[in-house]
Design a protein around this ligand. Structure first.
Ligand code: HEC
Length: 138
């Protein structure tokens, strides 16, 4: 199922016939979007708003991909590309599980996945942020 979503998203982001919103976002734009969704998610947690938790966790799980910059990133990373993608996948899985736990109103389950998610957001930053930022923003 997630691969269907990813497939649909890559069609949307690469098909020039689908309107003017087809420019793929930069990695930095994707990251700023993730931070916004994370703030909404945390708000949902503090207000026990499980609908908001579910919605914002899904936004994180199916975030757009920086398709314009991705080839450059993966080329630069070479053998380390799977490790980079691994962080993204772990964020994706934890966020998706959070959305599912929100349906069950399982707050402690959500907090557990939240911690796993953050470890992988920050884990990727600690390992790759400076290198990728200087690759893309120069
Ligand atoms: C696969 C690696 C990876 C994962 C996972 C990841 N990030 Fe990032 N993030 C980056 C990189 C690389 C940059 C630097 C991008 C740049 O400066 O162009 C970045 C930068 C950022 C920034 C700073 C953007 C700016 O304007 O300078 C924020 C905020 C951010 N990430 C939030 C998040 C959040 C929230 C998550 C988890 C939900 C997350 N990131 C997960 C790789 C990752």
């Amino acid at each position: 199922m997630p691969s269907v979503i990813i497939l649909l998203m890559s069609i949307v982001f690469t098909n020039p016939l689908l309107g003017s919103e087809t420019e793929p976002p930069t990695l930095r734009e994707v990251m700023r979007g993730l931070e916004k969704s994370l703030k909404k998610l945390d708000h949902g947690i503090f207000f026990e708003d499980f609908k908001l938790i579910k919605k914002s966790a899904m936004e994180i799980a199916i975030h757009p991909k920086p398709l314009g910059e991705l080839p450059k990133i993966l080329k630069k990373l070479g053998k380390r590309a799977p490790s980079f993608k691994g962080f993204d996948l772990k964020v994706h899985n934890a966020a998706k599980e959070m959305a599912e736990l929100a349906s069950k109103k399982d707050m402690f389950g959500i907090l557990n996945k939240h911690s796993i998610m953050l470890k992988n957001c920050v884990g990727c930053h600690l390992q790759y942020r400076i290198e990728i930022a200087s690759l893309l923003n120069n």
